[in-house]
Design a protein around this ligand. Structure first.
Ligand SMILES: [Fe+2]
Ligand SMILES: [Fe+2]
Length: 356
């Protein structure tokens, strides 16, 4: 079954056209490349991988709990109306909830593909164009793997409204750095925290591997955003930096409070108010909502958007402490986990060969 045939919400559009109005920059200077960006470009080239061979796509999902996640990862798990349901009904809701999540990953990755291509066109420096070109290929691969994974669910959901609003805003903005801020910093930062949750808790080997390999690439994308913006923001006026900080605070609030799967609960015919209350109040969800920012806050500080506005905003959200997180160590750890998945697969294949 194709994705288009499996949308759970009737009338889901088949495409989304975003009118664009920005300046494409040719660079005829070919200035010497910045060493660190060039190093990242080299890594981007050598760390390309083929999703067809690296992942064993013959593995299946679990019919009752596709990614084999702990029960409390369903936000409404403790709700009395859910507890009263028959096991079959509960697994159906679990399947839909997980399909909703992977659908958002898939749509977000297509957003990243398009944003990376926009950066290639708009960013003035050639070294940044080089790197962004490798990211375009990475993001195409991410769309490919989440599409393949989602097909195994047999159910798909459209892009949730808050994500679409933020993407629309970022794509319409004519300033090249706003694409980085919206995509590389906010959306990818949130996505990394959400991918990590599946990678680290899924007992299903296919779901865990897909997220581990995507995260290996994302570690470079976050580094790219940091290296490019860190050089750029000190050149702006205070007023221009304030505008960026305002955007960041607003985007973070928006993503935290509106990413509530409203469309999912509605389409499943569940009591929406109650679902949202569990989402806001349950301890597991509250912890997750703040952990979403572990990848964003240290990056924001690192790129020098660390004025009064941002610190106050993060303080109010209770996430200011994440500024101390070591992002480079986090990236290195993501790469290590991906290699661990490679080693596990090699080991399984060896065991099978020996048995034959
Ligand atoms: Fe990606
Ligand atoms: Fe990315």
């Amino acid at each position: 079954m194709t994705i288009a045939d499996s949308y759970a919400i009737p009338g889901t559009p088949r495409r989304w056209d975003v009118p664009q109005d920005y300046v494409t920059c040719f660079n005829w200077e070919f200035a010497p490349e910045r060493t660190r960006l060039l190093g990242l470009y080299e890594r981007g080239k050598t760390m390309q991988w083929n999703a067809t061979d690296r992942i064993d796509w013959s593995q299946e999902l679990d019919p009752e709990n596709p990614q084999q996640l702990p029960p409390e990862m369903l936000p409404i798990n403790a709700a009395p109306f859910f507890q009263r349901m028959a096991p079959r009904e509960q697994s159906e809701i679990r399947r839909h909830h997980q399909a909703w999540g992977i659908s958002q990953f898939l749509h977000g990755e297509q957003g990243a593909l398009i944003c990376a291509a926009k950066i290639v066109q708009q960013v003035p420096d050639m070294d940044a164009k080089f790197y962004a070109a490798t990211q375009v290929m990475d993001e195409a691969r991410h769309v490919e793997v989440y599409k393949k994974l989602l097909e195994k669910f047999g159910t798909a959901y459209p892009m949730t409204r808050p994500l679409q609003t933020l993407l629309d805003q970022v794509l319409q903005d004519r300033r090249w750095d706003m694409t980085y801020l919206g995509m590389q910093v906010v959306i990818e930062g949130l996505a990394l925290a959400a991918f990590a949750r599946i990678r680290d808790h899924a007992q299903n080997p296919l779901a865990a591997a897909v997220n581990a390999y995507v995260m290996e690439d994302e570690a470079r994308h976050v580094a790219f955003g940091r290296l490019s913006l860190r050089d750029y923001y000190p050149q702006l006026t205070q007023h221009e930096r304030d505008e960026r900080e305002e955007f960041l605070v607003e985007a973070c609030y928006h993503m935290r409070d509106r990413f509530d799967a409203l469309g999912l609960w509605e389409s499943l015919g569940l009591p929406v108010e109650e679902c949202l209350r569990y989402l806001q109040e349950s301890g597991v969800q509250a912890a997750f909502r703040s952990r979403l920012f572990t990848r964003i806050v240290p990056t924001v500080r690192d790129i020098g958007l660390w004025g009064e506005k941002i610190r106050r905003g993060y303080e109010q959200m209770g996430v200011l402490d994440y500024a101390k997180v070591d992002i480079e160590a986090q990236g290195a750890e993501d790469e290590r986990v991906a290699r661990e998945h490679d080693a596990r697969r090699a080991h399984v294949e060896e065991v099978i060969r020996a048995a034959e």
